[in-house]
Design a binder for this molecule. Structure first.
Ligand code: AQP
Length: 343
């Protein structure tokens, strides 16, 4: 029986975010807001996943700046770096090492089913990088390297977590022939009404950093005026707001704005509908603007303050790297032993 040096925690969170530009309301409501709440109960590891960012071309100087900005945004939103681990992915080399091992477990057929690759590669598939194609394997490595049990993400990442579960199961049967449970199967945590925030210009498209239209998203760095203008101009229909969730199904823009309100105010979607049923957008939008400014403005002010001291941000990341690597090293040694690699 092989002696393991890493321990399976009863609960551990891992989640990441790409430094690919300004964080937006979708990243906040779909991921960071939940991280902030969960860190109180569960030991948590959060990463700025810069190796994922380079799966599409990046300007090297901008990438460093974005990594610091995203770090500042996460801290400004309430992540406590004394309690939780926060670091940039590339600084812990074990992520790439494990990704290679898992590349040798994951099947091409599984990757061929990933819808995000199809969306991001688009018609130019032959020209997409191998990194973009195998992105979900690196994401599996991120999670499994810490033997994480829970992964809080937005709806768009559900398929990637399914893949991580398949890879974990396959690894267990290939290399942990006795107990078959070295990796537990990580659970996606898709929480609240903000799990899929849509573009302000098109309620059928996800709000995204890479959307060429800045008016399609609310950035965490937006000023009061930006928020006012973007919500004021957000696409709507001409009907009054409905009373039931069922009626929202055919009204993507109304559904999106009401879900944003419900998520920002931490209230049930039905309660939000009860407050606004029968009212027009001219009544609802100013309320939404007021709420969005109230929640997002303190985050952007704190972010600006933190960004005045990039050296301090780098120190926080280095400290986080140390803590993350301490866990990662042990897990990777166990993995190498199971696979039969001398280390
Ligand atoms: N629109 C969204 N609604 C809810 N959650 C979202 N997330 C992203 N967009 C939304 C969640 O934010 C976390 C970090 O995402 P990411 O930075 O790793 O990349 P992404 O999902 O590809 O986000 P973008 O904005 O669409 O980036 P680009 O344009 O660069 O591809 C994840 O938990 C994600 O679910």
């Amino acid at each position: 029986m092989m002696k393991l040096i890493s321990k399976q925690p009863s609960k551990r969170i891992f989640s990441g975010i790409q430094p690919t530009g300004n964080l937006h309301l979708g990243n906040y409501l779909g991921a960071i807001k939940n991280w902030v709440n969960l860190q109180e109960e569960i030991s948590s590891i959060f990463s700025i996943v810069d190796l994922h960012a380079i799966t599409v071309p990046q300007n090297p100087l901008k990438l460093k700046a974005s990594t610091r900005e995203v770090t500042a945004a996460i801290i400004a939103a309430g992540i406590n770096t004394e309690k939780s681990i926060l670091f940039n992915q590339s600084s812990v080399k074990e992520h790439s090492e494990l990704a290679w091992i898992l590349n040798c477990v994951c099947r091409i057929g599984w990757l061929n089913r990933m819808t995000q690759f199809k969306e991001k590669a688009g018609k130019n598939r032959e020209n997409a990088t191998v990194g973009l194609y195998s992105y979900p394997v690196l994401m599996s490595a991120d999670i499994l390297l810490y033997r994480a049990t829970h992964v809080p993400v937005g709806e768009d990442q559900k398929q990637h977590i399914e893949l991580a579960r398949n890879i974990a199961t396959s690894f267990n049967s290939m290399f942990d022939s006795k107990s078959k449970d070295f990796f537990c199967l990580p659970e996606p945590q898709i929480l609240g009404p903000g799990t899929r925030v849509m573009s302000l210009r098109d309620g059928t498209k996800k709000m995204s950093k890479s959307d060429p239209s800045d008016a399609s998203r609310i950035n965490l760095t937006d000023t009061k005026d930006d928020i006012f203008n973007k919500i004021k101009k957000a696409k709507t229909d001409s009907n009054p707001l409905p009373a039931t969730i069922k009626e929202l199904e055919k009204r993507p823009e109304a559904s999106n704005l009401l879900k944003i309100y419900s998520s920002l105010s931490d209230e049930d979607l039905q309660k939000t509908l009860d407050s606004f049923a029968g009212k027009g957008f001219s009544y609802f939008k100013p309320k939404l603007i007021e709420l969005a400014v109230e929640i997002l403005n303190p985050i952007s002010s704190e972010m600006r303050y933190l960004l005045k001291d990039p050296v301090e941000i780098d120190k926080i990341l280095v400290k986080g790297k140390g803590k993350a690597q301490k866990i990662a090293e042990k897990v990777l040694k166990d993995i190498k032993n199971l696979v039969g690699l001398i280390h």
